[in-house]
Design a protein around this ligand. Structure first.
Ligand code: F3S
Length: 399
């Protein structure tokens, strides 16, 4: 790879051992993927935050990087942690997990990485603009960045994203290059889509189709006439989960679509495909649901306001977690939404999520509007699931 003098200096150790290690990681990644050079990044989103995923070895690596002088050179935020470290008690998660999770966050903070832990960094101030090169790790956020914001990122692993934060660089390959962003398959949706769960079901259908094709086409989606930010984040989370998709275009909706030509090869998706997807994600009988979650990906302020309307003056009867970013919850508190929600018995699980929290064995069945949460709840926690529209999820919690 061709490195600038500044990048060569980092590789030679002039910025200290952690920066050298970070540049070594990036050069190794760039060499593997055939990058010719590095590209500067202005925004990073780092995964590998939950102690449940990292374990002691991961914590030691982060501590070593912090002790070795690692210092963020780009705006960087974190993926969800394994517990809300400020209010862990309501979630039933304590020591030793809590202490270890705090150590992880301390190591990141020492490196100048903001300890906002969210998969929706674009909702809380880590918002790149169109065409900007960034290095994000969380798969749903990567898809939102590429498809909806028109920023450019590959799906970074934890070490690659941390290395990008500490150097302000990432290797220029994949979705940083124009040619990888061209659509190669038209997806014609001949079904009415209503709400986050429908967009999640669509993501499952598209993702599973693409996962069967080794060349991994970039889809150009036609059919949806509109999509809210929340529906798009649900689609991104799902299509990334079921097909490792990091970029799509939607005619008339996403920013790069209008200057692209729909490919001739077409996959048509009808109402029956969506019905099959919904049904496949709903193996829990109503009586088996003992855990309810909204906020995969993390809830927006608009969703929280809607939730407060639905819960006002009512009382939930099941364990109900509202997962969101701390700044979003703080705004919800100012508006009184958070107080209305907690008065119902629902619990905020801030800066964490049901997938990365250590909850194995605590529950049997999960109700959610997130197709992504269904996949991970099954795989990681052995839960049965029910995929329902947002409002029906709330009703399930009240039942
Ligand atoms: Fe976010 Fe966790 Fe879902 S990271 S996208 S809430 S699995």
């Amino acid at each position: 790879m061709e490195l600038t003098p500044e990048e060569q200096a980092m590789l030679a150790g002039e910025g200290g051992p952690a920066t050298r290690k970070a540049m070594q990681i990036l050069v190794a990644l760039g060499t593997i993927y055939g990058a010719q050079r590095m590209v500067p990044v202005t925004s990073v989103q780092v995964s590998g935050v939950s102690y449940d995923n990292l374990g002691q070895a991961g914590l030691e690596f982060l501590t070593e990087m912090a002790t070795g002088g690692g210092r963020a050179r780009a705006l960087a935020t974190l993926n969800p942690a394994g517990v809300d470290v400020e209010e862990p008690q309501p979630l039933g998660i304590g020591d030793p997990f809590l202490t270890n999770q705090r150590r992880v966050l301390e190591a990141y903070t020492r490196m100048g990485i903001l300890s906002t832990c969210t998969c929706t960094p674009y909702l809380v101030g880590n918002l790149p603009h169109f065409g900007e090169s960034i290095a994000w790790a969380e798969s749903s956020a990567v898809c939102m960045a590429n498809a909806v914001l028109g920023a450019r990122t590959n799906r970074e692993g934890g070490p690659g994203a941390l290395a990008a934060a500490l150097t302000g660089r990432t290797p220029a390959y994949g979705y940083h290059l124009d040619e990888a962003r061209e659509p190669t398959l038209t997806v014609l949706v001949r079904a009415r889509l209503a709400g986050t769960s429908d967009f999640g079901a669509l993501g499952k259908v598209i993702g599973e189709h693409l996962a069967r094709r080794p060349e991994r086409p970039v889809p150009y989606i036609r059919g949806p006439e509109s999509a809210s930010l929340e529906e798009l984040k649900s689609l991104c989370a799902s299509v990334a989960t079921y097909g490792s998709v990091a970029l799509f275009h939607i005619e008339g909706i996403t920013p790069e679509a209008d200057c692209m030509t729909p490919p001739k090869e077409t996959l048509t998706i009808g109402p029956e495909d969506l019905a099959r997807a919904r049904s496949a994600l709903s193996d829990a009988a109503p009586g088996e649901v003992d855990f309810v979650n909204l906020g995969c990906p993390h809830l927006s302020l608009r969703e929280i306001a809607h939730l407060a309307d639905l819960l006002r003056g009512r009382r939930v009867r099941k364990e109900f977690w509202i997962t969101t970013a701390r700044p979003t919850k703080q705004m919800a508190e100012r508006m009184g939404y958070a107080q209305t929600i907690t008065a119902s018995g629902a619990k905020f699980a801030v800066d964490t999520c049901c997938v990365v929290a250590p909850i194995r064995g605590r529950f049997t069945g999960l109700a959610t509007d997130s197709a992504k949460a269904c996949a991970y709840a099954r795989a990681r926690h052995g839960l049965k699931t029910r995929l329902l529209p947002f409002e029906a999820v709330v009703e399930e919690a009240l039942r």
